[in-house]
Ligand binder design. Structure first.
Ligand code: AMP
Ligand code: MG
Length: 479
């Protein structure tokens, strides 16, 4: 790869037709203090010179706008649950795009920097606890090797935010390869001219998939690529027990990243109907429904492109999505079980394990750990149950007949089965102490989550699933 001498700033989103954004300055925030600054990420992006930690409180609260920042609110619509809605950025602003010396381009976005003209009834603010939560969860996903938006900093303010109670406000700096969403295309389909939509397609391809720009039918290639990356992403969520919680189309990125960490949470006891979000009463975004929902969201994306792709091609692409999801899921589950070359009959083996786990709400993370590792796992008694032992014997035989043998299979399982996930009770514990100004536990937990595939001594408490906690646990969007 060739390196540039210098990083540079761009405001390329502003080259799109004006219907896609509106210039908008952040509101002033009271007495901002930087409580988290992601030095590793800053270094990785070579961004220290632009946003030095010493001045982060001013720059990353939006109180001082450097010359390069040309803040805009982005236009998008989206299906929230089943219902289409006009949305726009109501509490986020894109300051600009940063191009690293390795040519990587990322958005720098402030979330919670005050009202925009699209805030509707909202206050444009975010709570400190919710922004700390986004920081923790997004960095945990990155540690799990799952594509995600990243968090550069959290700046606490003295602006009081009214939620159920009055709480402290904060602003998060989100880094992401772009904030173009399925919802951006829905907005364009409904409100833009054909030429304006074409500009959005061209811009998206240029930014994310430049290799497609020379193809004969770039829109079709774009559709196929987005289907591919989004399916892979959701399959990775299923690998680690992640429940996004609000897979609305505006929260499905056109790039390959997980983002919008509102009511997300990790599942402990396995149940495909597991839901934590307080508003998801019908389980639309339940753990086991996420593959169906990504299919739904991708179908919406396909619909937005109907002026650029003929019907037969769209039908043919959509017609194979389910098969695509299913085979990606099978491959992933086989990786979790150390099965080298998945066969269709392996599905029965996987389903029997999941069914046993679901019947007794066995811990998802720890069960896979037990299978490859056998030690350090709590509540080990359940693994003496007849049904599990019978399953394990069949699995051992299946794995042992492979050319790479049992030991290699076990070794390979390490990289697909994390030892640590952000367990809900610990997430809540560290956030509750952090909002009271004690970040010690938060940082300890974050360190562990950055490296979740490597065991550390004396960390048993992070591996425990506390009985009864998840039954009561609820997460919230209105943060
Ligand atoms: P989200 O639930 O974060 O995906 O947001 C959905 C929509 O609600 C987006 O248009 C947000 O900008 C808007 N929104 C969420 N919270 C607020 C808030 N506190 N103030 C203004 N707009 C908000
Ligand atoms: Mg959103």
């Amino acid at each position: 790869m060739t390196y540039k001498n210098k990083s540079s700033l761009k405001n390329s989103y502003k080259s799109l037709p004006s219907i896609f954004f509106a210039a908008q300055n952040p509101e002033q925030s009271d007495n901002p203090k930087c409580v988290l600054y992601n030095k590793e990420l800053a270094k990785e992006l070579w961004i220290q010179e632009l946003l030095p930690a010493e001045n982060a409180h001013n720059l990353l609260s939006g109180n001082i706008l450097p010359e390069w920042a040309k803040p805009i609110a982005q236009a998008y619509a989206g299906h929230q649950f089943w219902y289409p809605n006009m949305l726009w950025d109501g509490r986020a602003l894109l300051l600009g795009e940063w191009e690293t010396p390795e040519w990587k381009v990322v958005d720098i976005v402030l979330k919670g920097s005050g009202k925009t003209r699209f805030s509707r009834w909202g206050d444009g603010r975010a709570t400190l606890k919710a922004m700390l939560r986004e920081y923790l969860m997004s960095e945990a996903m990155n540690g799990l090797w799952i594509a995600s938006s990243r968090s550069l900093a959290v700046v606490k303010t003295w602006n009081i935010v009214q939620r159920e109670q009055q709480v402290e406000g904060a602003i998060l700096t989100r880094i992401m390869s772009s904030h173009i969403r399925v919802g951006t295309f829905e907005y364009a389909k409904n409100f833009a001219t054909k030429n304006e939509m074409k500009s959005l397609i061209d811009y998206t391809i240029e930014r994310h998939y430049p290799e497609l720009s020379k193809r004969k039918n770039p829109a079709l290639w774009l559709l196929e690529h987005v289907i591919d990356v989004q399916i892979n992403l959701v399959i990775q969520w299923l690998r680690v027990g992640f429940i996004h919680g609000v897979m609305n189309t505006d929260n499905t990125s056109i790039s390959w990243e997980t983002f919008d960490y509102g009511p997300c949470a990790f599942m402990n006891g396995f149940h495909s109907d597991q839901v934590f979000s307080s508003i998801d009463t019908n389980g639309r975004y339940a753990f086991g429904n996420q593959a169906n929902i990504i299919l739904w969201n991708l179908s919406v994306f396909a619909w937005t492109l109907t002026e650029f792709i003929d019907e037969a091609s769209i039908n043919s692409v959509l017609g194979t999505i389910w098969e695509h999801i299913h085979s990606a899921w099978l491959v992933m589950m086989c990786q979790k079980l150390g099965i080298q070359n998945p066969l269709s009959k392996d599905e029965a083996l996987i389903r029997e394990l999941l069914s046993w786990m679901q019947d007794i709400w066995a811990d998802y993370t720890n069960t896979f750990l037990y299978i490859w590792w056998n030690t350090q796992v709590k509540n080990i008694e359940i693994y003496s149950e007849e049904r599990f032992v019978a399953w394990q014997n069949i699995w051992k035989k299946r794995v042992s007949i492979q050319t790479w043998g049992f030991e290699n299979a076990r070794q390979s399982m390490k990289q697909y089965n994390p030892i640590y996930i952000p367990r809900n009770h610990i997430v809540e514990e560290v956030l509750d102490t952090a909002v009271l100004w004690d970040y010690t536990e938060f940082h300890l937990f974050l360190e562990i989550l950055k490296n979740p595939y490597v065991y550390r001594e004396n960390t048993e408490k992070y591996m425990e699933n506390i009985d009864g906690f998840d039954e009561q646990y609820q997460t919230y969007c209105g943060t």
